[in-house]
Design a protein around this ligand. Structure first.
Ligand SMILES: [Zn+2]
Length: 238
């Protein structure tokens, strides 16, 4: 039994519309992160620099604190050894302890120098962070607004996407497999696999449909392809 193509035209039109909209919403969704990046570039540059400097400062502070602990511990150890010196009996042990003390003092001195350097750098960094914070605060309002608008848009588009994605399988079930097969085959080449014919012209490729072919198409119920572009065609109601 031949399938009457014209009976399925509304479903086919809806399917094409769903597929067209799906491509659009996917395109729109994919573009949102870049839009936010572009619109918020000024703020993001400042915010990222701020974060980077805060991380550096925190690393530096941790290093400084651990050095300060080591310095304290070693100062006590040096004091203990210095006290012990008086009780040492052999020259050899005495020399060895002196050497040890000198070594520890040298280590402590190096650590103190490093602590000073970290303090200096930390101070500079703290100033930079203060400046960046104020810059970020100036720009954040605008950025958050754009972010909010884009997020809202994203939610709307995702809702629409979910709705039409859900509708699609039901529509596929309504359409005979032979029509679907043709539609999917042509869709590989043209996003708009279905095209109307208006005043004898295929709206997909803008070429004339031969008059005889057109007249046959009007009478027949089957599915025709444009002789030129091979899209599925149907006569537009006048
Ligand atoms: Zn055509």
């Amino acid at each position: 039994m031949a399938v009457n193509f014209k009976d399925y035209l509304p479903q086919l039109k809806e399917l094409q519309e769903i597929d067209r909209r799906l491509r659009q919403v996917e395109f729109e969704l994919a573009a949102i992160p870049e839009q936010l990046e572009t619109s918020g570039a000024e703020y993001l540059v400042v915010a990222r620099a701020l974060q980077e400097k805060e991380t550096t400062l925190s690393t530096m502070n941790k290093e400084r604190q651990s050095l300060e602990t080591l310095i304290k511990e070693q100062t006590i150890q040096v004091q203990e050894r210095e006290k012990r010196l008086y009780a040492i009996k052999t020259q050899k042990e005495y020399q060895a302890t002196l050497k040890e003390i000198a070594q520890m003092k040298k280590e402590t001195k190096d650590r103190e120098e490093r602590v000073l350097k970290l303090l200096e750098e930390g101070e500079k960094l703290t100033q930079e962070i203060t400046q960046l914070k104020s810059q970020a605060a100036d720009k954040e309002g605008g950025y958050r607004q754009i972010e909010g608008e884009l997020k809202k848009r994203q939610e709307e588009v995702e809702t629409e996407k979910a709705r039409i994605t859900e509708r699609r399988p039901a529509l596929l079930k309504e359409l005979p497999p032979e029509i679907l097969k043709k539609y999917e085959f042509i869709k590989k080449r043209f996003a708009d696999a279905l095209a109307s014919v208006k005043k004898g012209i295929c709206q997909g490729c803008n070429m004339n449909i031969p008059a005889q072919f057109y007249n046959e198409m009007l009478r027949a119920a089957d599915l025709r392809n444009c002789p030129n572009c091979h899209r599925l065609i149907y006569p537009e109601e006048v």
